[in-house]
Ligand binder design. Structure first.
Ligand code: UD1
Ligand code: CA
Length: 487
């Protein structure tokens, strides 16, 4: 592919957006609109595109990469005027110049690359990008003569009723030999009530030049032609990009159960055989390993990295959190600024209180830890490998739980055994300073005589419900050793 210089037009006010935010900063799937045009220029081998800014330039400029050359169009006097402003920043008056509009983010790289190739292959003076739309309203119409040669572009406001019926429209990008562009721009005159210089008017001037060749390349897909002028078009464009992102993940071996209710931003990696369940939002910068399950109703925000075989269930929100292999958090959890190692179980309702109103703090959960339901971890705090927090624990900041330690309560204090182990015989009525809570009386069951009278049958032993070992229960007093009464 031959190299070209590129100008990106992004100075317009975007009045129809009715927004305080400059139009080109409106995000589409995690990236501002202008990033798409910059990406197209880069994919065409342009190292230093010239970006024309005007309305909201102060807000847009800091969002641009360092290598772009910024030119300010002081008054937004039309796309032709914007190109005139940009021309002084181009290096040299020779070569070919590609002009891209910052508000057509759906163009594909392959389309733009084909477009440039077509220009050089034909040795054209100027190559346009066009599309045939069922409803061409709002776009510039491509005017051709009887032999099919392009003779000009007419904007909606200057076309006759018959010309408005033309369905071939100007998508926006054009590539032109620099001297022809300069000469044609000099010939363009102000149009309309706002006295604007329309870039599209250069076409009729070039067409009149002896030996000039104007040709059109077509977009691959109609959706690529969409220009964003309003919120309606913005939401339509987001829908198209969203579907493209989903398609790319499906292609890579990811199951997405319902693409219509799955929102994955640009810049997300997902390993093969992972399953993304409905109503899930995955934002830019997230990486998900292989064989993970995410959702339904999960939200993974920036800075989240899941290793392989991680389970993230419903109503789980993660941000700036690394999760180790095989760790699972099935329900209603918020983890922010956390490192969770492998094989951890995060119980329902676990929360990292990572923000103290001023700063954000880290939580570290070691390998194999068991975080009981409804645990609040007040950061900064560490839970050691293999440690356990009891249900409802509030672990205060800096009160790190040691490896294999067991804590419970509010605030959480250490217990001296793991719930899976037989508790040590306690000697006092107090454990770790906590008063023993009264034990619920055993449920009385009908005695045999009563059973008989009531004609109740004793449940066969095999079917009797096994007594569930109460987790984390501390037996303070040993029950008197007597033969267990029949239940
Ligand atoms: C433009 C084209 C139209 C084409 C359509 C495709 C012209 C006159 N018309 O119309 O043929 O079908 O795009 O979407 O070019 N801009 C500046 N400075 C200005 C005015 C605009 O930089 O003074 C920038 C805008 O920020 C925008 C782009 O140029 O990124 C296009 O401007 P816009 O006003 O949206 O043109 P359309 O009316 O959509
Ligand atoms: Ca537009």
């Amino acid at each position: 592919m031959r190299t070209v210089q590129a100008i990106i037009l992004a100075a317009g006010e975007g009045t129809r957006m009715k927004s305080e935010l400059p139009k080109v900063l409106h995000p589409l799937c995690g990236r501002p609109m202008i990033a798409y045009a910059l990406d197209l220029a880069a994919s065409a081998g342009v190292k230093q595109p010239v970006v024309v800014l005007g309305h909201g330039a102060d807000a847009v400029k800091p969002r641009l990469p360092k290598e772009v050359k910024v030119v300010i169009q002081t008054k937004q006097l039309g796309t032709g005027d914007a190109v005139i402003s940009a021309k002084r920043a181009l290096s040299g008056a020779a070569g070919d110049v590609m002009i891209l509009y910052a508000d057509t983010p759906l163009l594909r790289r392959t389309t733009v690359q084909r477009f440039i190739e077509a220009h050089f292959k034909a040795g054209a003076t100027c190559t346009l990008l066009t599309a045939h739309l069922a409803d061409p309203t709002g776009y510039g119409r491509i005017v051709r003569n009887e032999t099919g040669q392009i003779t000009g572009i007419l904007e909606e406001n200057e076309a006759t009723v018959a010309q408005r019926a033309i369905r071939e429209i100007n998508v926006g990008p054009l590539i032109c030999k620099a001297p022809a562009l300069t000469a044609a721009l000099a010939a363009v005159t102000p149009t309309g009530p706002k006295k604007e210089l329309y870039l599209t008017h250069i076409i009729s001037h070039i067409a009149q030049q002896e030996g000039a060749k104007i040709q059109a390349a077509k977009v691959e897909e109609i959706s690529e032609a969409l220009g964003i002028n309003s919120r309606t078009e913005l939401s339509r464009a987001i829908g198209v990009i969203r579907q493209r992102i989903v398609d790319a993940h499906l292609h890579n071996g990811v199951t997405i159960e319902d693409p219509h209710s799955t929102f994955i931003d640009h810049g997300v990696t997902i390993g093969a055989d992972s399953v993304i369940r409905p109503y899930t939002v995955i934002e830019t910068g997230v990486s998900i390993g292989k064989r993970c399950s995410v959702g339904p109703f999960a939200r993974l925000r920036g800075g989240v990295a899941l290793a392989d075989d991680v389970r993230v269930g419903n109503f789980v929100e993660l941000v700036r959190t690394k999760v180790g292999a095989r760790t699972r958090m099935h329900h209603m959890t918020y983890l922010g600024d956390a490192i969770v190692e492998e094989d951890v179980n995060i119980g329902a309702g676990t929360i990292t209180a990572n923000y103290d109103g001023k700063d954000k703090h880290q939580t570290h959960i070691g390998k194999g830890a068991f975080i009981g339901s409804d645990t609040v971890l007040i950061a900064p705090v560490k839970v050691g490998a293999g440690a356990v927090t009891g249900a409802g624990s509030v672990v205060p900041k800096a009160h790190d739980v040691p490896a294999k330690g067991v804590v419970a309560g509010v605030p959480a204090r250490p217990l001296n055994h793991r719930p899976s182990e037989k508790p040590a015989e306690p000697s006092a009525a107090k454990v770790n300073g906590h008063k023993k809570t009264a034990k619920a009386p055993r449920k009385k069951t009908a005695r045999p005589a009563v059973r008989k009278a009531l004609r109740l049958k004793r449940r066969p032993a095999a079917k009797a419900k096994p007594r569930v070992k109460a987790k984390a229960r501390v037996r303070v007093k040993a029950r008197p050793k007597q033969k267990a009464k029949r239940r």
